[in-house]
Design a protein around this ligand. Structure first.
Ligand SMILES: C[S@@+](CC[C@H](N)C(=O)[O-])C[C@H]1O[C@@H](n2cnc3c(N)ncnc32)[C@H](O)[C@@H]1O
Length: 309
């Protein structure tokens, strides 16, 4: 397989760019030594910072990516299968948008947001069609021009993020889209709950889990990536899944928010993962609704394997 230079093609809340070196230090020793991952599984792929990092730095033989957000999965499928048409469409959108004055750009943004929300009404999310290219182009356009690259929907499922003020947003990064498309070659991408990945996790697989953050406080509600939130009951279900996959003999790594950032006595994850290795590392959160809280916070890295012989 060709080496890749690609980076994530979407900005994504909870993107893990800043933690990649910490993850790399903690890769299973045999993977680090051989620079090869036979089977990679990522049940909460989001923007895919870890997937693209591994593709740049390791020989990944086969990979299986999952996310519950159908709009995100459409974009992955189109980048993988129809990159040329997607680039063509995005280039046109970029040219039109950047030729406009600020006020017109704002109107254009809301026009596209409305078209995107209307398209949802009778959209076939099951069967791949040319309409998927249009939808993925809208999604990437909105992601690059909306406030903070957020993906937020109202109760009806409509995308409702306001316009973001950028001087010259790069809407169509052709080179990166082509790179992402070839990184995705031979990768299987699925829409669904993380438990769907159980059919693909085998003895020796390397699995990286990055579930939505447990809210740091009552006002940060960015765990609501789609209409489905991720609460403590889901976290408990996930810990149970982790244990089952451990029994299977897979190598498991998970990142999670450290509840001790808020409450030093909170032992939620210590209890859930008491049989495993838990490291707490400093990280910067890239999106927080409260700007004053953007500073350093700790993140947990949980592993089911040892890093010494
Ligand atoms: C913290 S983000 C992952 C960010 C990713 N690591 C990155 O670098 O961009 C969590 C992802 O989990 C997805 N998600 C939420 N609930 C899920 C579930 N039950 N099963 C699978 N994916 C889920 C969300 O749509 C979101 O993309």
């Amino acid at each position: 397989m060709k080496p890749s230079n690609a980076k994530p093609f979407l900005k994504w809340v909870g993107g893990k760019k800043q933690l990649l070196q910490e993850f790399d230090k903690r890769m299973p020793l045999h993977i680090k030594g051989e620079k090869t991952i036979k089977r990679y599984v990522e049940p909460f792929v989001g923007g895919g910072a870890m997937f693209f990092f591994l593709k740049r730095n390791y020989h990944v033989e086969e990979s299986f990516l999952f996310d519950i957000n159908p709009e995100l999965i459409i974009s992955y499928q189109v980048v993988k299968n129809d990159c040329k048409n997607l680039i063509h469409r995005l280039m046109k959108m970029e040219e039109e948008h950047l030729n406009m004055e600020e006020d017109h750009r704002k109107e254009n943004y809301y026009r596209i947001r409305t078209a995107y929300n209307l398209q949802m009404q009778d959209f076939d999310y099951e069967n791949y069609s040319r309409e998927w290219v249009e939808r993925a182009a809208y999604m990437i356009f909105l992601n690059k021009t909306c406030f903070n690259g957020l993906f937020r929907q109202n109760k009806k499922g409509e995308f409702n993020v306001p316009f973001g003020r950028y001087k010259n947003p790069r809407i169509c990064n052709e080179e990166n889209l082509i790179g992402a498309s070839s990184a995705l070659e031979g990768t299987e991408i699925f829409c669904g709950d993380f438990t769907k990945s159980r059919d693909y996790i085998e003895e020796g697989s390397f699995v990286y889990f990055d579930p939505p953050y447990r809210p740091l406080n009552s006002t940060s509600n960015f765990t609501e990536y789609s209409k489905n939130g991720f609460d403590d009951v889901d976290q408990i279900k996930l810990a149970d899944f982790f244990e089952k996959m451990d029994d299977r003999g897979a190598y498991l790594m998970m990142s999670n928010s450290d509840p001790k950032n808020e409450n030093p006595k909170d032992k939620f994850f210590d209890r859930l993962y008491r049989s495993y290795k838990i490291d707490s590392v400093p990280a910067k959160r890239n999106i927080n609704c409260d700007g004053s809280k953007r500073g350093k916070l700790n993140e947990l890295i949980i592993m089911n394997y040892s890093l010494t012989f």
